[in-house]
Design a protein around this ligand. Structure first.
Ligand SMILES: O=C(O)C[C@@H](Cc1ccccc1)C(=O)SCC(=O)c1ccccc1
Ligand SMILES: [Zn+2]
Length: 169
């Protein structure tokens, strides 16, 4: 099922997700729903926090033919490059807003897959950015937190105004 994505400044996006204790069919159903939601929203990643499920689960597919998808359960970054790159980021939970964010150019993440097997994934460029962006979500961190308070306020005001207008129509 396509799930509802929480939007900033919804406080539930600030929840710290809990580790998954057992990778079972319930977890696999959440993973399937998260992929369906991510593809429906044209995202390249999605964290369970964004669909109000506070478990450490992330789905990613940065491929352009939807052939290279990853499931990251209880993900941890175990290596990251010293060099940093700046990219304009968006977020399915902060619609219509984009801003420059610093990220490590390369990261290695250790996680469990959908069968509960441990694996390591080495990401560069967009995959590295996405891994860092999604793991932030699991810790209640949004890319707008890296901006100046003034910029963050402007984004909050813009989204709250859009939400008011949307609720009236
Ligand atoms: O809100 C999310 O977590 C999804 C978000 C993750 C993200 C990945 C990489 C950079 C910034 C944010 C997105 O998928 S936003 C859509 C997007 O960034 C993108 C879509 C198509 C091609 C390339 C990037
Ligand atoms: Zn996001």
């Amino acid at each position: 099922a396509v799930l509802d994505v929480l939007t900033f400044p919804d406080e539930r996006l600030r929840t710290k997700a809990e580790p998954v204790t057992e990778v079972n069919d319930d977890i696999r159903k959440i993973v399937d729903d998260m992929f369906e939601t991510m593809y429906a929203e044209n995202g390249v990643g999605l964290a369970a926090t964004q669909v109000n499920i506070h478990k450490r689960i992330v789905v990613i597919d940065v491929s352009d033919n939807k052939e290279q998808s990853y499931v990251l359960i209880n993900p941890e970054i175990i290596r990251k490059s010293d060099n940093i790159m700046v990219n304009e980021e968006g977020c399915l939970s902060v619609p219509t807003c984009y801003a420059k964010v610093d990220r490590h150019t390369e990261v290695t993440v250790k996680a469990l897959d959908r069968d509960g097997n441990s694996f390591e994934l080495d990401g560069e460029e967009l995959l590295a950015i996405c891994i860092q962006h999604e793991l932030d979500h699991l810790n209640g961190v949004l890319f707008v937190d890296y901006l100046s308070p003034l910029k963050r306020k402007r984004i909050q005001a813009k989204l709250e105004k859009e939400a008011r207008l949307a609720s009236r129509s």
